[in-house]
Design a protein around this ligand. Structure first.
Ligand SMILES: [Fe+2]
Length: 162
């Protein structure tokens, strides 16, 4: 979470956002995984009904958004709620969290490839976002996993579907 928060702050600053906005982006990154290690059965009970069928690994997003609802704004809540899935209704904050979560330097797989993508953000923000979403969906499909409608809708938005 510290690494994601730092990356979010770095990108917000590079985009020229005001100091309060930089802090807000950082806070979103710091909070996004606050329930990642909570027991799945507890998260399933806290998540809104439409998310209760999610797999254990991704339940922490919707559950955290519910838990934090009184202390964060709606845009931050959407970023956190859908950070494991993608969401067609996101503005830049949600997209940045999705990217930072995937590209933060602590993850073990393909460090060179992800460092190369990271170096292109925020200058090529939209192009990198499309590449990351395509890569994540391709991986799910190649492993025979289902793709959630939220993730498909997010991709369709990025791909310019009407
Ligand atoms: Fe997460």
């Amino acid at each position: 979470m510290l690494r994601v928060g730092a990356l979010m702050a770095e990108w917000a600053a590079a985009l020229g956002l005001a100091q309060a906005e930089v802090a807000r982006w950082q806070r979103t990154g710091l909070l996004h995984d606050c329930l990642r290690d909570a027991p799945p059965e507890q998260l399933r009970g806290e998540a809104p009904a439409q998310f209760r069928e999610l797999s254990d690994a991704v339940l922490h997003g919707p559950a955290a958004a519910e838990r934090l609802a009184d202390s964060i704004d709606a845009e931050m809540a959407d970023a956190i709620r859908y950070h494991t899935l993608g969401y067609a209704g996101w503005d830049r904050l949600g997209c940045a969290l999705f990217l930072a979560d995937y590209l933060e330097p602590g993850r073990k797989w393909d460090p060179e490839g992800r460092a190369a993508l990271r170096a292109r953000v925020p200058g090529e923000f939209d192009a990198v976002l499309r590449e990351v979403v395509a890569e994540r969906l391709t991986r799910l499909i190649s492993h025979g996993k289902p793709v959630r409608p939220e993730s498909v809708a997010f991709w369709n938005r990025l791909a310019g579907a009407p």
